[in-house]
Unconditional design. Structure first.
Length: 161
């Protein structure tokens, strides 16, 4: 249980959980920066489809961590090709991004548990890592008053929005 408390303390420190430390950021610019900075192996490819979106108040470092973690997981457990989408949900007045791989996906009954600390989708997606990545992502996304949506894509692979 100390690991979970430590994880939450680190995330609280990074985000400082208040509006003063959020910056007006264009999520598309952040996505492009992360994609460009990734040292991508020759056999890996990231396709981006970024819709025009307004700036949003976010914790730059924390969201970069989310995006980078999702990219690493998509390559590690999913496929050599991934897709990153961005857009705006006008009804909810929010911006979003989605990272999708083209791998096997995971059994639907395992999806909800993947956000629990020390849980991995071992059976379908490999066994590397600590099992903390998605738990950290869930916490960071929650601090941004957002909801994460992890699902198998109808055409194959896993998608997290």
């Amino acid at each position: 249980m100390h690991d979970i408390k430590d994880m939450n303390d680190i995330i609280d420190y990074v985000c400082q959980d208040n509006q003063e430390n959020r910056e007006d950021i264009n999520l598309n610019d952040l996505i492009e920066d992360v994609v460009q900075a990734r040292n991508i192996a020759e056999h890996h490819h990231i396709e981006t489809r970024l819709e025009p979106i307004p700036v949003a108040k976010i914790h730059r470092i924390a969201i970069k961590r989310v995006l980078d973690n999702l990219i690493v997981n998509a390559f590690r457990y999913g496929s050599d090709n991934i897709l990153i989408l961005s857009g705006i949900n006008k009804k909810q007045k929010s911006v979003f991004f989605t990272v999708r791989d083209y791998g096997k996906g995971i059994p639907n009954e395992q999806i909800e548990n993947l956000f629990q600390p020390f849980t991995q989708g071992d059976k379908a997606r490999g066994s590397a890592g600590s099992g903390l990545g998605l738990a950290i992502i869930k916490r960071i996304v929650g601090l941004h008053e957002s909801v994460d949506e992890l699902a198998n894509h109808p055409d194959g692979g896993l998608s997290l929005r």
